[in-house]
Write a new protein. Structure first.
Length: 551
């Protein structure tokens, strides 16, 4: 019978294999089915008049977390996580007005990480840490040691500080394990572009709203617009003395959409430069316009300057392509043309008042504005170190500042500034943290600049340039605001460190260094340098094993 023939492969298995699979399926059914039901039942018993929609959301969310934990397709689960962080996390937080909703993202990250760790341990293979793990371990150890800081203001501050500094660390391992092919980079850049496009659309809508209209979107939006306690309202007065909002996009605070646009811009340029006039170009151009709109409508001067730095950094890193540099330069010309068109269209449709915040970063003022914007904050760092050489306690600054009581540290009779990444890390982790953070950033950039020219494949080299141009950009943006603990920069930084660990560290680095000399010698003999380098890289990438990832 057809039915028996279809099941023959299963019946031919060894009884021990069949028994193990039955037990696995039973466990999956118990975890995936009974656990959400038990949670829903507990809520129903505790709440006299339960909200059915809330219960359905809890059940669906629990099933989703279980699915993320059990899935071995990490590229899919991380894409879901990226979409949540880039489009949903901030909206939920501002719509509900509850800071507790930020724990959802930690639950999602924890589910993926725990599933990977359990699978790794069960594989019984020898565990080897990726290259550059020493930097990550040192940073984690430094944060943990801060628990003994006498300036710490209680257990709630301790937990908030741990969350603030450590929640993005798993992205280092995600970047190392996943970004191992050109196809992964293409999908990554397209995903960032789509998220930036969505934020650009929403930011454009928000620029047309009055403060009261945006505040009506939810209690969190009202708190951002009107200000709470020591946090100022996210509004400004334009050149026509009209109150306007500073759009959060799909994030939880101002400038989020612009930040995503900065992340996406160099990657989209890499797609355009590598693809030429391929069939992907129209879609890539659409995503580029979306990223540009997200940056411009964020009304955040830091994001605009960061985008400029990212584009320049991408161009400089792409110079190592040599005679193939015509493509990146052509892409940059397209960028400049589209930028002028988009900005002129937005200015005419939305009114000059919307963009009056950008007057101080016009070409004739950008350099002086960039220098004077945070020079006063940076100059406070020696006084901060003198007062708190080992930090003023976790959750003193940054996003966790108001958790567990009002934060802030008093230095020389006034509240110390945490308005730059370098002030922030000094207040949180002291001089050791500042030295570690600066050393890691410098070591990462030096490693990239020295090794990127050894990547034989042109598209891969452009893709890596698209990633690390962003790192250069928000290293500079760190002078204007904290980037380490915030979305979207925090996870991207550690993800980029993981990418560098794979492509520029360990065995891969030795392979590139070793093959570089042989290829150069063969080129002298007239055997086609670029063709051989491309073939070597393609074969090495295909042969590389990722056994436990797909297990």
């Amino acid at each position: 019978m057809p039915g028996l023939r279809a099941s023959a492969p299963f019946l031919s298995l060894h009884p021990a294999v069949v028994d193990r699979r039955v037990r696995d399926l039973t466990l999956l059914g118990l975890v995936g089915g009974l656990l959400p039901c038990a949670i829903a039942l507990g809520i129903a018993l505790k709440v006299p008049d339960p909200n059915l929609f809330a219960l359905a959301g809890v059940v669906a969310g629990t099933l989703g977390v279980v699915a993320l934990m059990l899935s071995t397709r990490y590229e899919a689960t991380l894409a879901i996580l990226a979409i949540y962080l880039g489009t949903i996390d901030g909206v939920i937080k501002l719509t509900t007005g509850s800071q507790a909703t930020s724990s959802i993202r930690d639950l999602l990250i924890g589910a993926i990480t725990l599933g990977a760790l359990v699978r790794l341990v069960a594989s019984r293979e020898r565990i080897r840490l990726p290259p550059l793990s020493g930097w990550v371990i040192a940073f984690v150890a430094l944060v943990v040691i801060e628990a003994a800081n006498p300036e710490l203001r209680g257990i709630p501050k301790l937990l908030a500080g741990f969350k603030q500094h450590l929640e993005w660390i798993p992205f280092f391992f995600f970047g190392y394990l996943l970004m191992r092919s050109k196809e992964r980079f293409r999908k990554f850049f397209l995903l960032l572009g789509v998220i930036a496009l969505a934020n650009g659309v929403v930011s454009t809508i928000q620029t047309q709203l009055t403060p009261s209209q945006l505040a009506s979107w939810g209690p969190g939006y009202a708190a951002r617009i009107n200000g709470t306690g020591s946090v100022s309202g996210r509004v400004y007065t334009d050149s026509r003395d009209k109150a306007r909002v500073r759009p959060p996009g799909l994030g939880s605070d101002l400038g989020f959409g612009g930040g995503v646009g900065v992340l996406a811009l160099p990657g989209i340029l890499a797609l355009l430069a590598a693809g030429g006039l391929s069939r992907r170009s129209p879609f890539a151009l659409l995503l580029f316009v979306g990223a540009l709109v997200a940056i411009v409508t964020s009304l955040q001067r830091t994001d605009v300057l960061g985008a400029v730095v990212a584009v320049i950094a991408f161009a400089l890193l792409s110079l190592s392509v040599g005679r193939k540099v015509a493509r990146p330069l052509a892409a940059l010309l397209i960028v400049a043309s589209i930028s002028m068109v988009v900005i002129s269209v937005l200015s005419s449709s939305a009114g000059q008042g919307v963009f009056s915040r950008y007057a101080s970063i016009s070409p004739d003022k950008a350099a002086s504005t960039s220098y004077s914007y945070r020079v006063g904050d940076i100059s406070e760092i020696p006084a901060d170190i003198n007062s708190f050489p080992f930090g003023a306690g976790l959750a003193t600054a940054g996003a966790a500042r108001t958790f567990g009581g009002v934060g802030g540290a008093v230095v020389d009779g006034h509240v110390a500034s945490a308005e730059s990444q370098y002030n922030y890390i000094t207040l949180e982790l002291g001089l050791p943290g500042l030295l570690l953070w600066v050393s890691l950033t410098v070591a990462l950039l030096v490693l990239v600049i020295r090794r990127i020219r050894l990547i034989p494949d042109i598209e891969l080299r452009l893709s890596l340039a698209g990633v690390f141009a962003v790192v250069i950009a928000f290293t500079m943006m760190g002078f204007a605001g904290p980037t380490m603990s915030n979305l979207p920069y925090g996870p991207f930084f550690w993800f980029a460190v993981g990418i560098a660990a794979y492509w520029f560290g360990g065995a891969q680095r030795r392979n590139l260094s070793g093959s570089g000399g042989a290829i150069r010698r063969s080129a002298i003999a007239g055997r086609g340098q670029w063709a051989q380098r491309r073939d070597l890289t393609a074969n090495a990438t295909e042969r590389r094993s990722e056994r436990w990832i797909t297990r």
